[in-house]
Structures are given as structure tokens and as C-alpha cells.
Ligand binder design. Structure first.
Ligand code: GDP
Length: 217
């Protein structure tokens, strides 16, 4: 998984996330979006998938993205930026909270779909999938939205430490096989554990490589 990156990309990735990242704003509906400009990468996933932990691990700042035990609470697109680099990280609201009222699901759907469809500066969505569960029916809505909006996206497996090392190749292969049906999906996955620091450098390298590609004049 991490072998797909050169030493230079790995170094660029580490450098990118040695910088201090700050919270810019939470966007509850599209009229509040910040002006388009920087390359945007967005993180999506079911509530509790480990999204806040992954963003915090990525930027090496424990408190940046809120880790929360009340899944489904935040319904905003949260923007994070760093000085001097034209990149913004967008933390998308989690989905799949079984007890969420219908109106909340509708607000989520409208906001997320409108953002995915209309944001030309959105370079890639990282869709987080719990390594213990793989892609589940709860993930089908976002997969369908990503395919419909033709946004380039890549699966990031989270909590890899929770499955034995011997079981990992099988889970990765099974998830990759499911992606064959999704044309906008990257064929390769990035396996991570925020807790054990697995795959974080690979994700940083992937982002640095994407930024280099998109921000090039
Ligand atoms: P979010 O709702 O997607 O933002 O998920 P959080 O980041 O708040 O994480 C949900 C729960 O999973 C918390 O109890 C975290 O401590 C735990 N968690 C997150 N990442 C990992 C990981 O890599 N390994 C393990 N074992 N637990 C994790």
C-alpha cells in the first residue's frame, strides 16, 4: 500500500503536515461556503469510523477535528487550512447514525450532494471505511453520490490495528473487488490506523502528490 509512493512524495507529505493547521469555519449550508480557491480534499465516512482521529493524526494535532461520542451531532462541512499552501481539508459530516431523524438525513444529503456536485476545486474525497466491517449498505448512499457527481475518490481503511495482520490482505482484496463496480473510485486503498500510526505517512504522501498535480500551473 505505502509502496505506491516515491521517497520524494513521502517527504513532501511529511513536510505538508508538519505545518500548523487551523480551523477556518463550519459550513451548515452551501451559501456559507468559503470562496473557492485552494485545492480541497474532503474526508467522508460513517459516524464513528475514526474520521476525526485520522484527521488529527494526519496533522499531528490532537484537538483539531473534534472526536465525538455523539455520532451524527455535527452536520457541517468543517474547513481546515494552513498558511502558505493552497490546500484545504474538509471534514464532512458523518452519516449512518441509526437514530437520526429524517429531516437530519435530508439536510445531510442535500448539503453533501450539493457540495460534491458543485465544487470545482474539490480534488478528491477520501472515503473512510472501518477495516473490521468493509463497505456496508450504510456506505451505499455516499458511494452513489460520488459516482453520480463523478468526484475522484479513494477508500481509506481505518482502525487496521483492530484486525489481525493475517486478515488484512483478505479485507483489502475484498474491498478492492467491490470497487470494481465504481468507476470514479481509485483502484488502490490506503490502510491506516490512527492509533498505531499505520499508513498515515502514505496518506500524507498521497495528498502531497495530489496537491503537486493539481496546484501545478
Ligand atoms: P468519527 O466519529 O468518525 O470522527 O470517529 P472518531 O475519530 O471519534 O473515533 C471513533 C472511535 O474509534 C473512538 O473511540 C476512537 O478512539 C476510535 N478509533 C479511532 N481510530 C482508531 C484506530 O485507528 N484504532 C482504534 N483501535 N480505535 C480507533
Amino acid at each position: 500500500m505505502s509502496s505506491q509512493f516515491t521517497d520524494e512524495e513521502m517527504l513532501a507529505g511529511r513536510r505538508l503536515f508538519e505545518r500548523p493547521w487551523t480551523f477556518l469555519m463550519g459550513v451548515p449550508s452551501l451559501e456559507f461556503l468559503p470562496p473557492a480557491g485552494p485545492v480541497e480534499i474532503a474526508f467522508a465516512g460513517r459516524s464513528n469510523v475514526g474520521k476525526s482521529s485520522l484527521i488529527n493524526a494526519l496533522v499531528r494535532q490532537n484537538g483539531l477535528a473534534r472526536t465525538s461520542n455523539t455520532p451524527g451531532r455535527t452536520q457541517e462541512l468543517n474547513f481546515f487550512i494552513t498558511d502558505g499552501v493552497p490546500l484545504a481539508i474538509v471534514d464532512m459530516p458523518g452519516y449512518g447514525f441509526a437514530k437520526a431523524p429524517k429531516e437530519k438525513v435530508e439536510v445531510w444529503t442535500d448539503l453533501v450532494f450539493a457540495y460534491l456536485q458543485g465544487r470545482a476545486t474539490l480534488a478528491r474525497v477520501y472515503l473512510l471505511i472501518d477495516a473490521r466491517h468493509g463497505i456496508k449498505p450504510v456506505d451505499e448512499t455516499i458511494l452513489a453520490m460520488l459516482d453520480a457527481a463523478a468526484v475522484s475518490y479513494q477508500i481509506v481503511l481505518t482502525k487496521l490495528d483492530k484486525i489481525p495482520e493475517t486478515a488484512r490482505p483478505k479485507m483489502i482484496a475484498a474491498t478492492q473487488a467491490m470497487l470494481a463496480k465504481h468507476p470514479a473510485a481509485f483502484p488502490q486503498l490506503i490502510g491506516t490506523s490512527s492509533e498505531k500510526g499505520i499508513g498515515i505517512d502514505a496518506l500524507r504522501a498521497a495528498i502531497a502528490a495530489l496537491l503537486a498535480e493539481r496546484a501545478a500551473p
